[in-house]
Design a protein around this ligand. Structure first.
Ligand code: ATP
Length: 133
């Protein structure tokens, strides 16, 4: 089976690179999108969610937030603010982040509700993806 090269880049540089990916599934703002070798070139915005990577011998999940995917025939580039594989996720840290975000949302004087909502979405996403490993 023909495979694609997947590269995930964050402000910290390339954090994940594999060249034997059979199928990669993205959660885009327009819905789920599966990509295999030979996919039509496209660009899509990603939701805070996971990237599912299928290899011949298994599957890996990566939590991502804030970014885009660029698809070319044999190369898929993901450019996101954050990316962690399910096994890299620090669950205790995500629980603390969730607690902080929830208390910011409960605070009537908080002027930055949207920021707290995004932080909550990142924390809940990490906790969900950590369960997928
Ligand atoms: P926190 O308040 O715990 O920093 P956050 O959602 O504000 O959470 P981000 O700004 O999304 O954090 O990410 C900052 C950096 O920390 C990124 O490099 C991200 O990959 C990493 N990171 C954040 N939370 C976790 C986690 N629970 N486990 C592993 N890495 C994390």
């Amino acid at each position: 089976m023909s495979t694609v090269n997947l590269d995930i880049v964050t402000p910290n540089g390339s954090v994940y690179e594999k060249d034997d990916v059979e199928l990669v599934v993205f959660q885009t703002t327009a819905g789920e999108m599966g990509v295999m070798s030979g996919h039509i070139p496209t660009v899509a915005a990603l939701k805070t969610g996971h990237v599912k990577v299928n290899f011949r011998n298994g599957t890996e999940y990566i939590a991502v937030s804030g970014g885009f995917v660029e698809i070319r025939q044999h190369k898929v580039s993901v450019i996101v603010q954050t990316a962690e594989t399910a096994s890299e996720i620090d669950v205790e840290r995500a629980k603390l982040a969730r607690q902080r975000a929830q208390s910011h949302l409960d605070d009537q004087d908080n002027s930055d509700i949207n920021r707290a909502k995004r932080a909550l979405a990142r924390a809940e996403n990490r906790l969900r993806v950590a369960e997928l490993k």
